[in-house]
Design a protein around this ligand. Sequence first.
Ligand code: FE2
Length: 131
Amino acid sequence: MPLIEWDSDRFSVKNEKMDDQHKRWIEIINSLHESLMKSSGMETLEKVFQDVLDYTAFHFYEEEKLLEEMNYPHLYDHKVIHENFKEKMEKLKDEFMSGGIILRTEIMSILKNWLEDHIIKEDKRYSIAQM
Ligand SMILES: [Fe+2]
């Protein structure tokens, strides 16, 4: 079972490009979840974790570009949230890779909560603003 399932009622921001990117984002996080659950080797895990970080950075960049084009009034705050999110994800990866006492299930529940919260609470605000 995937960790997160796309649900347009919950997640759609009514922008096709962003919805597609959010779907991809969910997919990549699901891959990390799968690798963690399969007890894949550290090398694989590092790669998949990096994929999550890279895609997150790419998606945030694209989303900020769109918000700028839209003259979104809360762009600055949104950028700060993105920066924090990326930092926290880096930390999680580092902690895990350096053998810190962090449970795999804990990593996944943190990521799941962040992603869902971010889309539902923050991204939906620009969804409303664009209409
Ligand atoms: Fe966002």
